[in-house]
Ligand binder design. Structure first.
Ligand SMILES: [Zn+2]
Length: 66
């Protein structure tokens, strides 16, 4: 339905609408979006862990690396 670009929350794996997400967190060359504050907090504590998961499993779907 929505034409908005979906982002994937690297912590819980949910797809989220960029416009509805809280402010993204920048890590390395990327900005990460989260569906809720708790996920952002987790990411902040262990950014390496979640950033790696996103790049390996989900980032390919987001058309930036294709
Ligand atoms: Zn989440």
């Amino acid at each position: 339905m929505s034409s908005a670009i979906d982002e994937i929350d690297p912590v819980c794996g949910r797809q989220i609408d960029r416009h509805e997400a809280p402010a993204p967190i920048r890590h390395g060359d990327f900005a990460y979006y989260f569906d809720r504050q708790q996920c952002a907090e987790k990411f902040r504590r262990e950014p390496e862990r979640y950033a790696t998961v996103l790049r390996d499993e989900a980032w390919g779907r987001l058309d930036r690396k294709v």
